[in-house]
Design a protein around this ligand. Structure first.
Ligand code: FPP
Length: 229
């Protein structure tokens, strides 16, 4: 069954890579590799189904506390993804946005992020927004500090939203978190105040088209119910 009401903007908290690997008697980093390999499929299916903006939580400001070899692995997977995925972004006319503080990332990765955003910046229909070294509180403070630097003494919502990493992106309609955890973990708090929250027990490496469709069908039901009130 196709969903009747398609959300414009869906955010994914890609959780459970470590537990997925552990369940298979494999090291955590194997789970991250499989998780990264799953990104293309889920993002492609989202765009096919008419979702315009896909946000992914790839690396949070809190993730630096993980063992160095795990941090290095996740950053290396992102590096590889950005190199491999560029052709597809251009063919499919997808704009890439990276939300997060790039200044403290390894220089090569930061350069790559800026370059890929630059070369896709004029695409409009589809947007892939990757949260990388992202934290919602950090983003809000950054916006406030930028406004203070501009000498503003009173601001509108529009002024504030222009300073966020997600400037000009629509609010998040649906957040999907995998692996059974029911938390938002600092994921786009300002942009998701009206979002529907969907939690599934599936681990991220197992999240596939069928799981995505279940989330979209659930969303359509929620929306229909609210529409009737
Ligand atoms: C959460 O699982 C996952 C992460 C912190 C990393 C997500 C990163 C990727 C999927 C790879 C790179 C991303 C892209 C966009 C190519 P966890 O390790 O917290 O799992 P656990 O809760 O089972 O330990």
């Amino acid at each position: 069954m196709e969903s009747k009401v398609i959300p414009s903007h869906v955010g994914f908290i890609m959780d459970g890579n470590g537990r997925w690997a552990k369940g298979k008697g494999m090291p955590r980093n194997y789970g991250h590799t499989k998780g990264a390999n799953n990104v293309d499929l889920v993002v492609s299916k989202c765009f096919e189904k008419g979702i315009k903006v896909v946000s992914l939580y790839a690396f949070s400001t809190e993730n630096w506390t993980r063992p160095k070899q795990e941090v290095d692995k996740i950053l290396a997977l992102l590096h590889k993804f950005l190199i491999k995925y560029t052709k597809k972004l251009i063919t499919n006319q997808v704009r890439l946005v990276i939300s997060g503080d790039l200044n403290v990332l390894p220089e090569e990765l930061a350069v790559l992020c800026r370059e890929k955003m630059e070369i896709t910046k004029n695409f409009e229909g589809k947007i892939l927004n990757i949260a990388l070294n992202y934290g919602g509180r950090q983003e809000i403070l950054m916006a406030v500090n930028n406004l203070l630097k501009q000498g503003k003494t009173e601001i509108t919502e529009e002024d504030f939203m222009r300073e966020l990493y997600t400037a000009n992106l629509p609010d998040i309609d649906l957040i999907v978190r995998t692996s059974g955890e029911q938390r938002l973990s600092n994921f786009f708090p300002y942009q998701s105040v009206y979002a529907e929250l969907y939690f599934t027990n599936a681990y991220w490496p197992d999240f596939n088209e069928e799981e995505l469709q279940k989330a979209l069908d659930w969303y359509a039901e929620r929306n229909r119910r609210f529409g009737g009130v």
